[in-house]
Design a binder for this molecule. Structure first.
Ligand code: A3P
Length: 299
């Protein structure tokens, strides 16, 4: 790690035991007091679970499949990232709260917050929420590479070291295990559509239809096919408004690892050793013993 990297990479802070990026803690009260509106749609995920993909699907549904309208701005600006805050000028400086407050309704926003940290107004206003979960191993591998390429995040260390931090929940936005379980529980009490990355890969048409239905949209077959095509990994990888090459210039280094990296299920097999896999599974089974939630780590 060179000196410049060390100076840029943010420190972690904690809110209610959840590690966040330093600047977010400094504005936490404002995040917590955010005023949701009844027609807000929130896309919630643990980081690297398929947020950007879901955002593109949702936007295409909202724009009735109009590709040009979906290219009006980058993902990051179309859908405010609620809690994300980096002081300074654009393109690296960012305030999700300011963007959201300035946005006319109906708004769609993104968050990585665990369910207990979602601003209470979202529950009070009975907002619709789409949650996407991805199996722990692929989520971990994707998160590791993202830390390598994104200097706004802490240095991940080696894969082995990152794995330990991930299992301990000592990573940004906290424990993956608590995140997916917490949201799973919440879906029984609130308007939450709980989706899986693996299901979306397996049958995008079926999952996009679920999202449409949840959003109260009914689009023609032709439009649906267009959405399936334009939200495929291959097309999104080449879309500058979705592949993050327009945001965080100077922080994200796509030559280290592109944001649109592989987009598959089961890539963890290329990274986990047999011993690591055994250790991970043992720990996983303990942490996930108290839930009915089941993931697929291969298709
Ligand atoms: P990989 O690193 O495994 O490739 P997020 O948007 O939550 O940060 O998630 C990023 C992950 O979703 C990356 O995973 C990225 O490649 C993948 N992804 C993005 N768009 C996708 C798409 N259209 N289809 C499948 N995977 C996609």
């Amino acid at each position: 790690l060179n000196l410049e990297d060390k100076m840029i990479r943010t420190e972690l802070c904690e809110v209610e035991g959840i590690p966040l990026a330093e600047p977010i803690c400094s504005i936490w009260n404002q995040v917590w007091n955010f005023k949701a509106r009844p027609d807000d749609l929130l896309i919630a995920t643990y980081a690297k679970a398929g947020t950007t993909w879901t955002q593109e699907i949702v936007d295409m549904i909202q724009q009735n499949g109009d590709i040009e309208k979906c290219k009006r701005a980058s993902t990051y600006r179309r859908h405010p990232f609620l809690e994300w805050y980096m002081p300074g000028p654009s393109p690296n400086g960012y305030s999700g709260l300011e963007l959201a407050e300035a946005m006319p309704s109906p708004r769609t926003m993104k968050t990585h917050l665990p369910v207990q940290m979602v601003p209470p107004s979202f529950w009070e206003q009975n907002c619709k929420i789409i949650y996407v979960a991805r199996n722990a191993k692929d989520n971990l591998v994707s998160y590791y590479h993202f830390h390598r390429m994104n200097k706004a995040l802490p240095d991940p260390g080696t894969m082995e070291e990152f794995m330990e931090k991930f299992m301990a929940g000592k990573v940004l936005w906290g424990s993956w295990y608590d995140h997916v379980k917490g949201w799973w529980k919440a879906k029984d009490k609130h308007r939450i559509l709980y989706l899986f990355y693996e299901d979306m890969k397996e049958n995008p048409k079926r999952e996009i239809q679920k999202i449409m239905k949840f959003m109260g949209k009914d689009l023609e077959q032709e439009v649906l096919n267009k959405i399936i095509h334009n939200t495929s990994f291959e097309i999104m990888k080449e879309n500058p408004m979705a592949n993050y090459t327009k945001d965080f210039v100077g922080l994200m280094d796509h030559s280290v690892s592109p944001f649109m990296r592989k987009g598959v299920v089961g890539d963890w097999k290329n990274y986990f050793t047999v011993a690591q896999n055994k250790k991970f599974d043992e720990d996983y089974n303990k942490k996930m013993a108290n839930t009915s939630l089941v993931f697929r780590a291969e298709l």
